[in-house]
Design a protein. Structure first.
Length: 253
C-alpha cells in the first residue's frame, strides 16, 4: 500500500529493469484488469498497477465531488512513493483520462502515454442528461444503471469477460464509482493532451469513434483501431494489446 491524498492506495509492483510502466484501470476496475499485461512486461521490465481511490483494495473517498486531476494525484502519490522518476503511463477508459491529465501536469516525467479506448470528452454530454446520470448513480440502483450503460460495450466480449467486468463493478464502492464518472463530465482532455509533447498512442475500438473521442478532438494524436472486441480490450484480446504495447514501448527512449 502507498499513502495517497485521499487514503491508502493498493499497488501491484513487480519486475525489474527497463523503463517502468504504470497501469491505470477504468471506472469500477482494478489492478486485476491488467494481469496479462503485467505478466507479459515483467519478464523484461518493472511494471506497476494501482487501484484508484474507491476501487479494488484502495480506500474509498470521503468527499463527493472530485476532478480527474484529483484522481491523477493518486498516480503522483504512487510514483513518488515508489521512487519512479520517469515512466510510461498506460490507461484504460477513465484511466486514460487520468493518465492524460497526469501527463499534462507532469510532462517531464512521463516518457510515453499509451491510451486504451480512453473515455470520450464528457463535456460533450448534454447537461440535463449528465445530471440525470449523476442522480441515478446516487440511488440504490446505481449498479443496475452502470450495467445497463455498459451492456452494448460488453456485447462482443466473451461471457467470462462480461462476468469479470460486472463482478468487479459490483465490488466497487458507490462513492468511488460516482466520483470517478462525475469527474469525467468536467475534464478537458484536449488541453492536457496538448501540454504533453512526448510519444503518444491511443488504441480504440468501435465504441470510440464519437465526436468527443480523443483522436477526433486532437487530430495529430496517433491511433490504432482494434476490431471485434468490447471496450475492455485488454481482457478480450490480451495478446493484441501486448503486441501494440510492445511496439509503442520500442519507440520510447
Amino acid at each position: 500500500m502507498v499513502k495517497g491524498p485521499a487514503g491508502a492506495l493498493y499497488v501491484d509492483d513487480g519486475g525489474q529493469g527497463g523503463l517502468p510502466v504504470v497501469f491505470v484501470h477504468s471506472s469500477c476496475g482494478s489492478t486485476t484488469h491488467w494481469e496479462a499485461q503485467l505478466a507479459h512486461l515483467r519478464r523484461h521490465r518493472r511494471a506497476v498497477a494501482l487501484d484508484l481511490r474507491g476501487h479494488g483494495r484502495s480506500v474509498a473517498p470521503k468527499q463527493g465531488d472530485i476532478s480527474i486531476e484529483d484522481l491523477a494525484s493518486d498516480i503522483a502519490a504512487v510514483v513518488d512513493g515508489l521512487g519512479l522518476q520517469r515512466f510510461v503511463l498506460v490507461g484504460h477508459s477513465m484511466g486514460g483520462a487520468i493518465c492524460t491529465a497526469h501527463a499534462g501536469l507532469h510532462p517531464e516525467r512521463v516518457a510515453g502515454l499509451f491510451l486504451l479506448d480512453p473515455a470520450s470528452d464528457g463535456r460533450t454530454i448534454p447537461a440535463e442528461q449528465a445530471a440525470g446520470v449523476m442522480q441515478a448513480l446516487a440511488t440504490d440502483a446505481w449498479r443496475e444503471v452502470i450495467a445497463e450503460f455498459w451492456a452494448p460495450m460488453l456485447a462482443a466480449s466473451r461471457p467470462e469477460v462480461r462476468e469479470r467486468v460486472l463482478s468487479q463493478m459490483r465490488a466497487t464502492s458507490q462513492a468511488g464509482a460516482r466520483a470517478g464518472l462525475g469527474a469525467l463530465l468536467t475534464f478537458d482532455p484536449v488541453a492536457a493532451l496538448r501540454r504533453y509533447p512526448g510519444p503518444r498512442l491511443t488504441v480504440i475500438t468501435a465504441f470510440n469513434e464519437e465526436p468527443g473521442s480523443y483522436q477526433r478532438l486532437v487530430p495529430e494524436l496517433p491511433f490504432r483501431k482494434v476490431e471485434g472486441t468490447g471496450h475492455w480490450v485488454q481482457l478480450d484480446a490480451p495478446d493484441t494489446v501486448n503486441d501494440l504495447l510492445d511496439g509503442f514501448l520500442a519507440t520510447v527512449r
